[in-house]
Design a protein around this ligand. Structure first.
Ligand SMILES: [Zn+2]
Length: 293
């Protein structure tokens, strides 16, 4: 048993280190695709059973899932040394430099996993660029895309289309070479050497949360522009940039972008963003929608 575990760990670590060399932050995964390191807070008392801590690694110990992820070979070796039963590795999404977005195409919705994207791509007029594709043991595939640095793409399930899950900030993807109970993840032929391609803007917008989802009351009166400003003002920390980006995209698409820059910056300042951050995000929205910032 110990021998098998030892043999299994070495290839997983080797694959993880080679992913880290490409700038991808990794964590050890178990055969069940879950983080291999148990939370150091699992037995701490709380209002609910199980881990209740909000610690994301500040305690200095391992076992915080995707928050353990690193590109530092010494830390990766330490993580795998602490997880001798790991047979795979997870790649954290949303982190610099790639700001990885994983498009997880399942086979449940369609016999051909790539067909699932065809309908949204035709409807929203985007094409998927040549990029890394990872074949999953169940016959699905993961497309790796790179997002802009100033936008938080959330994890979502079937937002784009049934059977398509998105791995964004806080999520991870099993990397090629990972072994699980169901088989091994492998890079699709001809894609292993590619860098994650930039996410097409039309697809990126579909991956961001629509305002209604977080906005139970209709925007205040005063027209569409005022509604977008209100939408930014209502942002909680953690969604400020994403909301600002979304609102600015809408403003540019609706032809009121230039007129709304000043009100949007002011609203963003109110939520705690700096002027520099706000202007960078609005400029990114302008570029994304094909306008000059
Ligand atoms: Zn902790």
């Amino acid at each position: 048993m110990a021998t098998t575990d030892r043999q299994a760990t070495t290839p997983a670590l080797a694959h993880a280190l080679s992913a880290a060399e490409r700038g991808l932050a990794v964590i050890p995964l178990s055969r069940t695709k879950l983080p291999a390191l148990r939370s150091p807070h699992h037995d701490e008392p709380g209002p609910r059973p199980g881990p209740t801590t909000r610690c994301r690694g500040e305690c200095g110990r391992f076992g915080h899932g995707v928050h353990d992820a690193s590109t530092d070979p010494a830390r990766i070796r330490a993580l795998f040394a602490a997880a001798p039963r790991a047979t795979g590795y997870g790649i954290a999404c949303g982190l610099p430099p790639h700001h990885l977005i994983g498009v997880d195409l399942d086979t449940r919705s369609s016999a051909d996993s790539s067909a699932a994207l065809r309908e949204p791509a035709l409807r929203h007029l985007f094409t998927i660029p040549a990029t890394v594709v990872v074949l999953t043991p169940s016959g699905g595939r993961h497309l790796w895309l790179s997002g802009p640095p100033d936008v938080v793409v959330p994890n979502s399930a079937s937002r784009l289309a049934p059977g398509i899950d998105i791995r964004g900030a806080g999520g991870y993807l099993a990397g090629p070479g990972s072994r699980t109970d169901h088989g091994t993840y492998t890079a699709a032929p001809g894609t292993a050497h590619l860098a994650p391609a930039a996410c097409p803007p039309a697809l990126l917008r579909l991956l961001l949360p629509p305002p209604r989802a977080h906005h139970p009351t209709p925007p205040a009166a005063g027209g569409h522009g005022q509604g977008l400003v209100q939408f930014v003002l209502a942002a909680h920390q953690g969604q400020r940039n994403t909301r600002l980006f979304w609102a600015a995209c809408r403003a540019y698409e609706d032809g009121i972008g230039p007129a709304l820059v000043a009100p949007l910056v002011e609203a963003a300042l109110n939520t705690g963003l700096t002027e520099r951050e706000a202007r960078a995000t609005i400029a990114s929205a302008a570029r994304t929608t094909g306008h000059h910032p």
